[in-house]
Structures are given as structure tokens and as C-alpha cells.
Design a protein around this ligand. Structure first.
Ligand code: GN1
Ligand code: MG
Length: 363
């Protein structure tokens, strides 16, 4: 849990000074913390002008090469911008994130405490959904994330740094889990015993996709790697607009993006809902999402990629269950938490979702 330099200690004045390191022509008026992320700190900045901005402090404990991460993000935005070059400027700026440079002509600012910041334009009249409550959102989300994969399919992946090496690599996550288990307190192990048992039971199945990736049977693409539905922007008619949070764009397999979106779209409750009766897998939304997704990428998918989409969903729900559990066993050093069993509750929630998935889906 990174309590260091969070908004509580960051005065508004300080944030205003940071905001003014970037090239914009607005006067700072106020800020609001956007609290949905687990890693970075984000603030919505209101100005005297018409434009609002998102100022983000990138967590450099998690992201070891922040300048590299920013270069990735800007390069991906530029690539998308070229794809939408036939759009008028207003529409273009609603489809793609716009990052601003500093007066040093860098897309990040490093403050005197060693924190890294970046600034992007807040897309006006855009909305996010933490929970999906209609098939339209699921379908539009599928189209949006599918389109992202489609449009980045010709992006030169050698230009991207691996922001977090082995990010969705199952053996790596198992290794981290086993190390955490070895060091964990008896109390935490006891509290997490059911989850720990499930991790062992699912081990073989949860390595299938990784093995297909390693053998080259499933190819690497440029993937977003954090396709939770709250990372999709919609307009007021619920049409998908723009994919945000491109911090983790890296080479990966399609199942990462398909699955992580399903993990959030098809959960009838929030990721940290503690009443597990409320956590069920919504198969209808699965179908709607898949429809939208395949409409935008299907031509490019191999039979093997298609065959393993359901397992991709199960695997991504599982990997988050595993990562939350590992962080709980490690005494909560990675994700932001609000109370002592928050990570364990998140993990239990994801395991409940897997149970409901298993009851309804064939993999
Ligand atoms: C983290 O911070 P946020 O919400 O963008 C995590 C994702 C998880 C997600 C779970 C760099 O993303 O992998 O899916 O929490 N990002 C990182 O909600 O670890
Ligand atoms: Mg993210």
C-alpha cells in the first residue's frame, strides 16, 4: 500500500504547480481525485477554460521505467491518431487520448520528490462504467477493445518497452504466489486457506494459454493488458468512444484483453463486493461483449485463438484472484487497499466469479 505522497499530503497548490509545468493555456481552478485506479493517483483538473485535464502521478514503485511507459503511451496515441486521420478534429480528440508536453518538451514531469506526472485532456461528455448494467455497454465495450487490437495490429512492437516484464505470465505469478506463501504469517494463511486451495487445484488448467503462447501456437500482438470496463469511455448514448489507461500496452496474446474485459463486464458486482451472493457471472453479457469484439477483430483471429476465448476469460479472472491473494499474503504492498482484508476480499470475489463461470460456461 503506497501511502507516500498521496493527495492527503499533496496540497492543491503543489498540484497546481505541477499542472503548470505542462504546456496548456488554461488557469487552474480546482481538482478532484479520481479514485478508481489501484496503482496511480489521478486528478481531474478544472480550469477557467472549456478544457478539463487528467493529471496523473505514475507509481514508480510499480512502473520501474516511467519515461519508457510514457513513450509507449504517446507512441500508441500517435499511431491511433494516424488511423483516424479522416476524422474532424473534434471527433478525433474523442477517439484518442491527447497527451500534453511540458515546457521541457517531455511528456512527463518529474517533481522534486521523484514522482512522475503526465497530463492528458479529459474527453468532454464521456462516461465510464464500473459495473455493466446493459447488453449495449457490454457490446460497445467489445467493439472498443476489439477495435483497439485491430488498430494496433500493425504497430511496431519493437518500439514498445516491456513496462512490467511477465505481467500476465502465469508461471511468474505462481512463483510470486509461492514466495509470498512461504513468507506469509500464519494468520493470513489461515484467513486465505480456501483461496490457496483453489490456486493449487486450478494450476494446470491456468497454464494452458501460457504454454500455447510460449510454443508460438498463439501469436503475440500488441495488447492493452488492462481492459477492465472502467478503462473504456462512452458517450451519453452509450456508444464506445475511446480506450484509456494505456500504461500497460505491451506485446501479449489476445486472450489477455478479451478475458480481462469479461472479468469486469460479466461480474454482477464490484470487484471488491464482499457479499459473494451478489457475485455472479453474466453469460448474456459475455455473448454481447464477444459479439462486439469479434465484429472488430474476427478476420484476424486464428482458429486456436477463437477456440480459447472462454478459457481466456477464466484465466484472466483467475490471474487477478491470484495477484490479489499474493498481495494479501505479502501484507498488501502492491495494490492500494482501504482495510486490512481488502485484497483477500477481492480475491474471494474473483474466485466466486470463477465458480459461477464454471457453472455456466464450457471451456
Ligand atoms: C490495476 O490501477 P489499475 O486499476 O489501472 C492493475 C491491473 C489489474 C487491476 C485490477 C499495473 O490496474 O493489472 O487488473 O488493478 N495494474 C497493474 O482492478 O498492476
Ligand atoms: Mg491500469
Amino acid at each position: 500500500m503506497f501511502t507516500l505522497q498521496t493527495y492527503g499530503q499533496m496540497t492543491e497548490n503543489k498540484i497546481k504547480l505541477i499542472f503548470n509545468q505542462f504546456k496548456h493555456s488554461e488557469e487552474f481552478v480546482s481538482l478532484k481525485e479520481l479514485i478508481s485506479g489501484h496503482i496511480n493517483d489521478s486528478y481531474l483538473i478544472k480550469t477557467t477554460g472549456d478544457t478539463e485535464y487528467v493529471l496523473q502521478r505514475i507509481n514508480h514503485h510499480v512502473f520501474k521505467d516511467v519515461p519508457g511507459l510514457i513513450t509507449n503511451k504517446v507512441a500508441v496515441s500517435n499511431h491511433l491518431r494516424n488511423k483516424f486521420s479522416s476524422f474532424n478534429e473534434i471527433d478525433l480528440n474523442r477517439k484518442v487520448l491527447t497527451f500534453l508536453p511540458t515546457y521541457n518538451n517531455e511528456y512527463y514531469y518529474k517533481d522534486d520528490l521523484g514522482n512522475y506526472w503526465n497530463l492528458s485532456v479529459f474527453i468532454k461528455d464521456s462516461y465510464t462504467h464500473d459495473l455493466v448494467e446493459s447488453e449495449t455497454i457490454a457490446y460497445e465495450g467489445g467493439k472498443l477493445f476489439g477495435e483497439f487490437l485491430n488498430l494496433t495490429s500493425d504497430f511496431d512492437a519493437s518500439l514498445l518497452i516491456d513496462v512490467i516484464p511477465n505481467f500476465h505470465d502465469m508461471s511468474f505469478r505462481y512463483k510470486q504466489f509461492e514466495e509470498a506463501l512461504n513468507k506469509a504469517s500464519g494468520k493470513r494463511k489461515e484467513l486465505a486457506s480456501n483461496c490457496i486451495a483453489r490456486v493449487e487445484e486450478l494450476k494446470e488448467e491456468m497454464h494452458i494459454l501460457q504454454n500455447l503462447k510460449t510454443s508460438g501456437e498463439i501469436k503475440l500482438r500488441v495488447t492493452h493488458n488492462d481492459t477492465k470496463i472502467s478503462n473504456a469511455l462512452f458517450d451519453k448514448e452509450n456508444k464506445g468512444l475511446c480506450v484509456i489507461d494505456t500504461d500497460t500496452v505491451m506485446p501479449g496474446i489476445i486472450h489477455y484483453d478479451f478475458g480481462d474485459a469479461i472479468r469486469t463486464i460479466c461480474n454482477s458486482a464490484a470487484e471488491d463486493e464482499t457479499n459473494l451472493d451478489l457475485v455472479t457471472f453474466n453469460k448474456t453479457y459475455y455473448e454481447s461483449y464477444k459479439k462486439g469484439f469479434l465484429e472488430t477483430v474476427e478476420d484476424a483471429l486464428s482458429p486456436l485463438e477463437l477456440k480459447y476465448l472462454p478459457l481466456g476469460a477464466k484465466t484472466m479472472i483467475f490471474i487477478m484472484a491470484l495477484r490479489f491473494l499474493t498481495d494479501f499474503l505479502n501484507n498488501d504492498v502492491y495494490y492500494k487497499t482501504k482495510y486490512s482484508e481488502h485484497n483477500l476480499d477481492r480475491s474471494k470475489n474473483q474466485f466466486k466469479l470463477i465458480e459461477s463461470f464454471e457453472a455456466q460456461m464450457e471451456v
